[in-house]
Design a binder for this molecule. Structure first.
Ligand code: GDP
Ligand code: MG
Length: 171
């Protein structure tokens, strides 16, 4: 069956925070150990029902470009949503979230819906960012927020569906 909507979503954030694994978890319900970063822009899709509509999420992965600060405006073009990911065990990846927000403000549509994701929540013992602190940052910046784990799958489905629902509420 044809979908009613196609929503482009970009996944951004520092290298090795788990962007590719989150995407794989949501689109295929898989987690690959030793994921290799690839070159070039790629996307994957999954179609879900949102408010009785067929919504195809077309989710774009930076595929390693984040290392060279080479995420171009083409990547953001037409994006209705963004998953901004940091790693709860590496504090600098959270501190860089403000820079990624600046990137979005510079390149993405003003109405883009952004979800901040604190990934690797399964590694709670190595936590370097408190959930409260991230929630406060998200509120100040007008972002939705959730911790998640691409490894265990916790909150991954919920966070993507929430983002899609919020985008749907805007269209
Ligand atoms: P990317 O560079 O942001 O795309 O990060 P990747 O998805 O390639 O993941 C980087 C590394 O973190 C890999 O070794 C993954 O196996 C690991 N990883 C990703 N998500 C999780 C998670 O939720 N928990 C744990 N413990 N490791 C994760
Ligand atoms: Mg990747």
């Amino acid at each position: 069956m044809e979908e009613d909507y196609v929503f482009k979503i970009v996944v951004i954030g520092d290298s090795a925070v788990g962007k590719t694994q989150l995407l794989g978890r949501f689109t295929r319900d898989e987690f690959f150990l030793d994921s290799k970063s690839t070159i070039g822009i790629e996307f994957q899709t999954r179609t879900v029902d949102i408010a009785r509509r067929r919504v195809k999420a077309q989710i774009w992965d930076t595929a390693g470009q984040e290392r060279y600060r080479a995420v171009t405006s083409a990547y953001y073009r037409g994006a209705l949503g963004a998953m901004l990911v940091y790693d709860v065990t590496r504090r600098h990846t959270f501190e860089h979230a403000a820079r990624w927000v600046d990137e979005l403000r510079a390149h993405a549509d003003k109405s883009i819906v952004v979800m901040l994701i604190g990934n690797k929540a399964d590694l709670a013992g190595g936590r370097a960012v408190a959930a409260d602190e991230a929630a406060a940052f998200a509120e100040e910046q007008g972002l939705f927020f959730s911790e998640a784990s691409a490894l265990s799958g916790e909150n991954v489905e919920r966070a993507f569906l929430r983002l899609l629902e919020e985008i749907h509420a805007n269209v």
